[in-house]
Design a protein around this ligand. Structure first.
Ligand SMILES: CC(=O)SCCNC(=O)CCNC(=O)[C@H](O)C(C)(C)COP(=O)(O)OP(=O)(O)OC[C@H]1O[C@@H](n2cnc3c(N)ncnc32)[C@H](O)[C@@H]1OP(=O)(O)O
Ligand SMILES: CC(=O)C(=O)O
Length: 537
């Protein structure tokens, strides 16, 4: 029979203890909804005893009517005080949550050093606090802080702490590897021993200081823990918490435990990406399961095998977690990469095609010069379509002049471009807050009369990277531009020893790509007066 694992998400509490992560009450509400759709069982919304933002969150979240159980976080009562007069405990009950998590000390060293109290008083703090929650009909989860370190130093005391919480009626006892220094074998061994001592169900809460938080969580589950605490993308204090985006699929796909439904598991990738957007933290491309490169294949040998059977280089089917296979084209590509990419674009290629070999050589040569197509899909598509003679010339640059002037303390840039469009020469000048902005403005001004839809395109991101650092200012630069029409985004690349020229290349590719797709989408629309795009579409 499949074992059900209770998923406890603490992105909104421990996740926000990660450096650089700060969420407004609105952000937290949006994330809570997304977590609910993913199917987690508990959402720890924050600490109502800590700040008014969290109090506001707990007030407003009630209207969302989530399926997941909302939990509020706090600690056991302060030393030598009454639980029913402890402001943090009172705020938890006032917030109206059905469940609460209280952190309590289980390492004698912490009781002496951090709390500066006696071992007996710490036991009383735990008992009183859980008894208080139960008197108020709140489901009570005990996060036994530093449990593994505590158990290693003084197992009798660490276990007596757990028994106190159990005696007071705690519904879950969660063993925490707070400092993240424990190894999977130790976790398995200690959880196994604790299971033999307690009747209350066990949970596990690990941190990633040795990059073992996921492995430690899995070890604890194998030893009998039935609640997993973690965060989306592993956000959290110091090196982070256990990453639910890895734990959930590992448990469900590989270990035959059930965390969420299969359909909910398919929303894992979008959940991870959505939350990283709101938290304003870039996701590592190689993040397991949900990263952009988690199922991206670059080496020619890999792609050749993938095309025969994707199991050759994929440990699961990407769609199980809502991710996608990607084929990258670079200097490490063999003809399989090019064939796969070209087939994706509907181009007629095969292994015996001389053109395929030429394109591959061209890509390798360009990458050697500093181009990088992995991050510039649109430039790669143009290169392939150009090679297959599918593109018409959109315009020809006749000349380009840049003026940069520092005047009255402010720096201004002006670009003058002369382009030829369908036999007609157009001469425009435009200013900008920097040379690239001026160039972009001047080019658009020249083209807009022929292609009015150019006004819908905006630059979303602009990155410059020095390729050959040892040549300092004479080095080559690679410019990557991300463009958007607010429905789609596309990336283009330019390389030169002159940043303006590199920017121009990336800019021109961006506009050619946009025009090609506008042409594809609606060839009946007669908005642009000159139509230059795909010959065959
Ligand atoms: C392992 C974890 O992640 S635990 C969660 C950690 N998260 C946070 O700390 C974020 C939210 N924290 C806060 O907003 C604040 O720290 C508050 C509101 C909880 C407390 O603020 P303050 O009253 O100003 O105390 P401060 O933060 O300086 O120190 C913590 C106090 O809590 C006490 N304390 C720590 N753990 C516990 C506990 N489990 N039970 C009871 N008291 C505790 C400490 O001994 C210290 O008391 P002291 O001032 O008498 O030495
Ligand atoms: C409770 C908690 O966050 C910890 O012990 O790490």
């Amino acid at each position: 029979m499949t074992n059900i694992i209770s998923v406890f998400d603490t992105t909104l509490r421990d996740g926000t203890q990660g450096e650089g992560i700060s969420l407004s009450a609105d952000d937290k509400l949006k994330i809570a909804q997304k977590l609910d759709m993913l199917g987690v069982h508990y959402i720890e919304g924050g600490n109502p005893g800590s700040n008014s933002k969290d109090i506001e969150f707990f007030q407003r979240v009630k209207a969302l009517k989530l399926n997941a159980k909302l939990t509020a976080f706090g600690s056991t009562r302060r030393k030598f005080s009454q639980a029913d007069q402890d402001s943090s405990l009172l705020r938890i009950v006032e917030s109206g949550v059905p469940a609460a998590t209280l952190v309590g000390k289980s390492w004698d060293f912490h009781v002496h050093t951090a709390l500066q109290t006696t071992l007996e008083e710490n036991l009383a703090m735990i008992y009183d606090s859980f008894a208080f929650l139960k008197r108020n009909q709140v489901e009570a989860i005990f996060d036994a802080e530093h449990f593994f370190d505590g158990y290693k130093h003084n197992p009798e005391y660490a276990l007596s702490v757990l028994r106190k919480a159990q005696d007071a009626g705690a519904d879950w006892v969660v063993l925490c590897d707070t400092n993240g220094g424990t190894l999977p074998t130790e976790i398995h061994d200690i959880v196994t021993r604790v299971r033999a001592e307690l009747t209350t169900p066990l949970g596990i809460h690990t941190h990633n200081d040795c990059e073992l938080a996921v492995a430690n969580t899995l070890a604890a589950v194998q030893a009998g823990a039935r609640q997993i605490q973690g965060t989306i993308n592993g956000y959290g204090e110091r090196c982070g918490n256990a990453n639910l985006c890895s734990i959930i699929p590992n448990l469900q796909i590989k270990m035959d435990y059930r965390c969420v439904s299969d359909q909910q598991l398919e929303s894992l990738t979008t959940t991870a990406r959505y939350i990283s957007e709101i938290a304003n933290v870039n996701m590592p491309v190689g993040q397991p399961y949900v990263g952009n490169a988690a199922f991206a294949h670059k080496g020619g040998i890999h792609v050749s095998a993938i095309m025969k059977d994707s199991k050759t280089y994929e440990h699961i089917q990407p769609n199980l977690v809502g991710n996608k296979q990607r084929i990258l084209v670079s200097e490490l590509a063999g003809q399989s990469n090019i064939i796969s990419k070209a087939q994706e674009l509907g181009l007629d290629v095969n292994a015996n095609n001389e053109k395929t070999k030429q394109i591959m050589e061209r890509i390798k040569e360009l990458e050697h010069q500093g181009y990088q197509f992995e991050g510039a899909d649109a430039s790669l598509e143009l290169l392939l379509r150009d090679a297959f003679g599918e593109m018409k010339e959109l315009f020809k640059l006749e000349s380009l002049k840049m003026l940069v002037e520092k005047n009255n303390g402010s720096m201004n840039a002006e670009a003058i471009v002369k382009v030829n469009v369908a036999g007609q020469t157009v001469y425009t000048a435009a200013e900008g807050n920097g040379p690239v902005n001026a160039l972009d403005n001047a080019l658009r001004k020249a083209l807009v009369q022929f292609y009015p839809s150019i006004n819908n395109i905006h630059l979303a991101d602009y990155k410059v990277r020095v390729i050959d650092e040892k040549d300092a200012t004479a080095a080559k630069v690679r410019v990557l531009i991300e463009s958007t029409d607010f429905k789609n985004t596309w990336n283009t690349v330019g390389v030169s020893s002159n940043v303006i020229e590199a920017s121009w290349e990336a800019l021109v590719d961006s506009i050619r790509y946009a025009m090609m797709n506008m042409d594809k989408v609606d060839s009946s629309e007669d908005q642009p007066r000159v139509r230059l795009g795909l010959v065959n579409h």
